[in-house]
Design a protein around this ligand. Structure first.
Ligand SMILES: Nc1ncnc2c1ncn2[C@@H]1O[C@H](COP(=O)(O)OP(=O)(O)OP(=O)(O)O)[C@@H](O)[C@H]1O
Ligand SMILES: [Zn+2]
Length: 715
């Protein structure tokens, strides 16, 4: 058994008299203490995995520590009477315990995001592990050991000569390690090569490397690059696309230290890595790093915590860093000083970033008449630009952030629209299978042959999605090979890889896609990227909308001209009704720094994050009144705590409001925004307030569920 510092507190073994405290999967609301006590014939190290009886079941649990029969200090909760305790059913001796560092990550994440530790701990472990007993686990481990014996071999990897910027970046990484770094490198500046070289250094020092990417669709490309560079190393991947047995196998390889490299999406931040030496968070600005259900954690923020704990460097990489990270990397005098910034301002090979062209749709209409945009959204100049690429054998990409054929169907005679009966949203028209589908609750129906209200057969799509754009392109450019990549075309496993391979192999002339193809991909033959309809986000009520739009457009533009030979004639087009918007001026200059400065100035003046800290309390109920009534009680409770001086009076609660999509799957949703000048104040407030919320959720005005979202990304 590994001797972690915690084991020193374990009392001497007394047969059958040890009491261990075990975390089991209990949501916070169940009302039981989150760790339960069990008897065991010997002391167990914290982090040991066990099976314990819970009600009539036997479940997997994680040993938190020993419950001392005579508490030495006041903090230890005295165990229940030993004779009434049940016995640990099984100890997973074959597995090393989770490390003390991992247990600290768990404690931190649970406290910070207001979750029960047991629930979080068990949700971080592979489901397949939770289903195994000791005998089955032994079998798995034997299989794994056999595979580990045959070390993979391969050709000596090819390493490019580093560009001067990359060299300087690596030098800083070495000199200042371990620290948290913000690697601000323009698109195509070779950030991945920096990750690879730093990873190599860390691997050679005998430590493990964790690399996070925002989307599952970016894992195959990255996996291929790392596998090619480190042929002798075992590589584990963790993302939601794996089957449960695969996930268990990869998780075990990391936990046992057989895998030196772990690549994955946000969930991989909880991978067990006993020798962790480096964490890379690629595209660190991406909202996908924030989990949107259950424990709403930010994998990026946890990476920073985890790195510090492990004495490992953390590299946050992006061409368009989040404003939070940008501020953290600013000089201390400007409110930063927490991260070290490293810049890669130039593209590999010295290629230019694509020239940005705004198509003023007002002018298009003035010149070509209203009908120019009536049948399809591609303005005449954009169409000409697409044709030009086609003639030269170059690739183009059209970005439209809406999947489906049309966001709504409507009846031309009575005005009926395809509303979802369960949500406050429209059902989206998907022409491929002639269905109307709600993107919120997933419910669907076949497209009606006539208007359900008045019987008129003339029902028409309104607006457009990627499916329709693809269809229109086929008419506009009949000779072009068009492929569409979005959430619908990539549902089947393997389909995304084959579609991307087609693009890389030059079998595609025009790629139509959502934001999913706008980032990370190293397309080599693309010389035109066009955002067909970007205006929607310009006037959103969400204060983060401009930041997100700017990042999306910069990233999308970054797919063009990545081959230095083609860079000079590469372009990023944006069709807009508002060409004078300041966001576009920054985009034209590829000026992230100016954009960040102006956004941060606005946020500072308005005391918005990152100059304040926020949390949302969300409530779901059968009616909006019930949901809001719960939130009002929560608000009143906060007022009482403040009046009693138990929490800071500087924490501000906004009145409860319906969420932006108010009803989903017949459930009404409302939210309450909590804001504090500093994170620590918000944390102290939540720690006092959240545990009391169950007491105010009682019949007859009980809500179905409530949840806290700390550092919410959309409000
Ligand atoms: N030193 C080098 N010499 C030659 N080619 C390089 C070098 N470094 C990187 N490259 C190549 O340059 C291209 C761009 O690199 P990479 O994909 O790492 O960019 P990036 O900074 O991650 O861009 P993005 O932010 O758009 O994802 C890749 O094809 C990569 O193989
Ligand atoms: Zn719905």
């Amino acid at each position: 058994m590994e001797c972690t510092p915690e084991t020193e507190r374990v009392p001497p073994p007394e047969a059958g008299r040890c009491i261990v405290r075990v975390l089991v999967e209990l949501p916070r609301h169940v009302g039981l203490h989150e760790a339960l006590d069990y008897r065991c014939d010997r002391p167990l190290a914290p982090g040991t995995l066990v099976r314990v009886p819970l009600g009539r079941r036997v479940v997997t649990g994680l040993v938190e520590g020993m419950a001392e029969p005579t508490p030495a200090c006041g903090q230890v909760v005295p165990p229940a009477e030993p004779e009434r305790l049940r016995d640990v059913a099984e100890v997973f001796d074959a597995l090393p315990p989770m490390t003390a560092g991992w247990m600290r990550l768990l404690d931190f994440a649970a406290a910070y995001y207001q979750r029960s530790r047991g629930e979080l701990a068990l949700s971080c472990l592979p489901t397949a592990l939770r289903a195994l007993d000791g005998v089955q686990l032994q079998r798995r481990l034997k299989k794994l050991a056999r595979r580990a014996d045959v070390a993979p071999e391969g050709a000596t990897p090819q390493r490019p000569v580093l560009a001067p910027g990359q060299q300087q970046a690596l030098q800083k990484l070495v000199e200042q390690a371990p620290s948290t770094f913000l690697l601000h490198g323009v698109t195509g500046s070779g950030k991945t090569e920096v990750y690879l070289r730093e990873a190599q250094r860390v691997l050679e020092a005998g430590r493990q490397v964790l690399v996070l990417v925002p989307e599952i669709n970016l894992t195959p490309q990255l996996e291929a690059r790392f596998a090619a560079r480190f042929p002798g190393r075992r590589l584990a991947v963790l993302h939601s696309g794996l089957t449960p047995p695969q996930r268990l196998q990869h998780w075990l390889a990391a936990h046992l230290g057989q895998a030196d490299l772990v690549l994955g999406t946000r969930m991989a931040i909880f991978a067990s890595l006993p020798r962790l030496g480096l964490i890379v968070v690629d595209e660190e600005h991406d909202p996908s790093y924030k989990q949107q259900e259950g424990a709403r954690y930010s994998a990026r923020d946890l990476a920073v915590y985890r790195g510090r704990q492990a004495g490992a460097s953390v590299i946050l990489g992006s061409a368009t860093p989040s404003l939070e990270s940008w501020l953290n990397a600013a000089p201390a005098a400007e409110g930063g000083g927490r991260y070290r910034r490293i810049d890669l301002p130039e593209r590999i090979g010295g290629g230019a970033l694509p020239a940005v062209r705004l198509v003023d749709l007002e002018r298009v209409v003035a010149q070509h008449g209203r009908q120019a945009l009536r049948l399809h959204p591609i303005s005449p100049p954009l169409l000409a630009a697409l044709r030009e690429r086609l003639e030269r054998g170059e690739q183009s990409m059209l970005l439209l952030n809406r999947r489906g054929y049309a966001p709504v169907l409507h009846c031309t005679s009575c005005g009926w629209k395809s509303a979802c009966p369960h949500c406050s949203a429209w059902r989206v028209f998907h022409k491929v299978d002639r269905t109307l589908r709600c993107h919120h609750c997933g419910s669907g129906q076949r497209v009606p042959l006539a208007c359900p209200e008045c019987g008129d057969p003339d029902i028409q799509p309104m607006g457009r999605g990627t499916e329709r754009l693809e269809e229109q392109l086929a008419t506009l450019l009949p000779q072009a090979r068009v492929v569409r990549i979005d959430g619908d075309t990539t549902r089947q496993s393997g389909s995304l890889e084959s579609q991307l391979a087609q693009v890389h192999d030059g079998e595609v002339d025009v790629l139509v896609g959502t934001q999913m193809v706008a980032k990370g991909h190293d397309f080599r033959r693309m010389t035109l990227v066009a955002a067909v309809d970007a205006d929607g986000a310009l006037f959103s009520s969400d204060f983060r909308a401009p930041e997100r739009l700017f990042a999306l457009l910069m990233q999308a533009g970054g797919r063009a001209g990545r081959d230095a030979a083609l860079a000079a004639r590469s372009e990023m087009w944006v069709q807009t009704w508002h060409p004078a918007h300041p966001l576009f001026a920054a985009l034209k200059g590829h000026d992230y720094i100016a954009f960040a400065r102006s956004q941060l100035d606005e946020r500072r003046i308005a005391a918005m994050p990152p100059f304040s800290a926020q949390a949302l309390l969300r409530a779901d109920a059968s009616t909006q009144e019930l949901a809001q009534a719960f939130l009002q009680r929560a608000e009143a409770l906060a007022g009482e705590l403040q009046a009693a001086g138990q929490v800071s009076a500087e924490v501000f609660l906004y009145p409860p409001v319906p969420t932006s999509v108010q009803r989903v799957a017949d459930v009404e949703r409302a939210q309450l925004l909590v804001e504090a000048p500093r994170r620590a104040q918000l944390q102290a407030f939540l720690a006092a307030w959240v545990p009391l919320l169950d007491d105010i959720n009682r019949p007859p005005t009980r809500v179905i569920r409530w949840a806290v979202d700390v550092d919410p990304l959309s409000i």
